[in-house]
Design a binder for this molecule. Structure first.
Ligand code: HEC
Length: 452
């Protein structure tokens, strides 16, 4: 009797891994994985709670390391492998994961210390070289020892004498341990001032959004800043205020944060203009978000057909605590379907933006479709309400919103207006349909847009 092929293969594989595992050591196998995937955050002065820079460090936390890597909690990287590779992916390869598991099972042998790779050296100081402009928060923001995480907008006026194009922002926290992530916005209206004043008066105001605040990206713990690819840059008109949305994390002792920010300007205006296709539009404001307690899979979908050829640069997702999954697909004119982003286990604490390895051409007629789900049951460990309560759309962290945002530029700059007009029409159609059903939404829209 011949065994089925899959059994033969499996047996061969087991034999192969048995031979391999006999030799798994820290020096030969595990150190290269840890040094390239973990040490960047797990070192002195960074946000992680302990260092992973030598055999002793790693062996001390071995069991926990095996558990958190298997669960893909560490390294933090929420995007599943999709149809196109991302830049600087932190995700561990399946083979690396297996190596760690095997090593821990074998009792964490060190192996030959003399042949171990040297622990990596990290650049201190500005990662992208000397910035063109350095600004600093004018006063430190206090972060108490205990209590819930704090979400807070802080404004930094730039006093730019002329218009600029920005290629990168590098934020250097004064206390890396309390700053979990920061989202950047540019504001040329009065909204940044208004929101700051509101939060000064009432710290629980939460995460206001304003259509006047242009997103400029952000940084999560341990993420490397990088320049926008291909000479791309974001417009920063003179008089712009920078608005930073901070997520602070109390660390058991009182601390404070006074960030320094480096701005890198493009020498000249870029040839292409970046813009966003966000689905569902307006972070789901018009998606009838009303999630009943116990509801496990509240789902919102939206789609948009590209009216012109675009190049996609990056993709990111957003939701609050009970967001569960996010996905965006592209259905090409020939009918083939590709996944641009998939997150199966959203974590509000790790809001990364994922840059495609190469700009991705999405031809005219490509249908972008997104799906966001929320889990408002008590099985969701991240649900802040016990027992769960009804959750509706809103800007507070206990409210919900959600969307996937694709950052693109039109392949031909002359197509920009067509792209933006079509997208705005899509927003208006969705909004009008929903406002017909729920006229109270109009009040919300006015609030968010300052009445205009
Ligand atoms: C992007 C930064 C970053 C990277 C990369 C990273 N960590 Fe972490 N790690 C953290 C932070 C921050 C924490 C503290 C817990 C938190 O905020 O989620 C942490 C916590 C941990 C913990 C403790 C978890 C617990 O439940 O107490 C372990 C173990 C760990 N990391 C292992 C690793 C390993 C192994 C790698 C590489 C395979 C890695 N980390 C990569 C930032 C990082």
């Amino acid at each position: 009797m011949t065994l089925p092929k899959c059994v033969q293969l499996c047996a061969a594989f087991c034999l192969f891994t048995a031979i391999l595992s006999a030799q798994v050591t820290f020096s030969h196998d595990v150190a290269p994985i840890i040094y390239s995937h973990c040490s960047g955050c797990h070192r002195e002065g960074e946000a992680a709670p302990f260092t992973l820079l030598n055999y002793r460090d790693v062996a001390k936390h071995g069991k926990l390391i095996a558990a958190v890597t298997a669960a893909r909690i560490m390294p933090p990287w929420k995007a599943e492998p999709a149809s196109y590779p991302y830049k600087d992916s932190r995700r561990l390869a399946d083979a690396d994961l297996k190596t760690i598991q095997t090593w821990v099972k074998l009792g964490m042998p060190e192996g030959d210390r003399a042949t171990a790779p040297v622990p990596p050296k990290f650049t201190s100081g500005w990662q992208l070289g000397t910035p063109d402009l350095i600004v600093k928060m004018d006063k430190a923001f206090p972060v108490p020892a205990e209590g819930a995480d704090i979400y807070r907008y802080l404004r930094i006026p730039l006093n730019l004498p002329e218009d600029k194009w920005i290629q990168a922002i590098e934020l250097r926290p004064s206390s890396r341990q309390v700053v979990h992530h920061v989202l950047y916005f540019a504001d040329t209206s009065e909204d940044a001032r208004r929101i700051e004043a509101e939060q000064d008066a009432n710290p629980a105001t939460g995460m206001r959004i304003s259509r006047n605040m242009v997103p400029l990206g952000g940084v999560a713990v341990g993420a490397q800043p990088h320049l926008l690819p291909g000479g791309l840059a974001l417009y920063l008109p003179k008089g712009t205020d920078l608005m930073f949305q901070y997520h602070f994390h109390p660390i058991g002792k009182a601390d404070s944060e006074q960030s320094t920010v480096g701005l890198y300007f493009a020498k000249q205006a870029p040839e292409h203009t970046l813009t966003n296709v966000q689905l569902p539009v307006a972070y789901g404001l018009f998606s009838a978000l009303d999630i009943q307690p116990g509801q496990k899979d509240f789902t919102v979908r939206d789609s948009f057909v590209l009216p012109v050829d675009v190049q996609a640069i990056s993709i990111g997702a957003h939701a609050h605590y009970i967001g569960k999954t996010m996905k965006m697909t592209a259905t090409f004119p020939d009918g083939s379907v590709k996944t641009l982003l998939q997150i199966k286990d959203w974590d509000f604490a790790w809001q990364d933006r994922y840059f495609f390895e190469n700009p991705l051409l999405l031809p005219k007629g490509t249908k972008l479709a997104s799906e966001v789900t929320w889990d408002n049951s008590d099985e969701n460990a991240k649900n802040p309400s016990r027992p769960p309560v009804e959750v509706r759309w809103g800007e507070q962290t206990k409210d919900e919103m959600g969307a996937v945002t694709l950052q693109v530029y039109p392949a031909a700059e002359s197509d920009l207006a067509t792209l933006q007009t079509n997208y705005r029409r899509h927003v208006r159609e969705i909004a009008a349909a929903q406002i017909r059903k729920d006229p109270s939404l109009m009040v919300k829209v006015r609030e968010l847009t300052g009445g205009n």
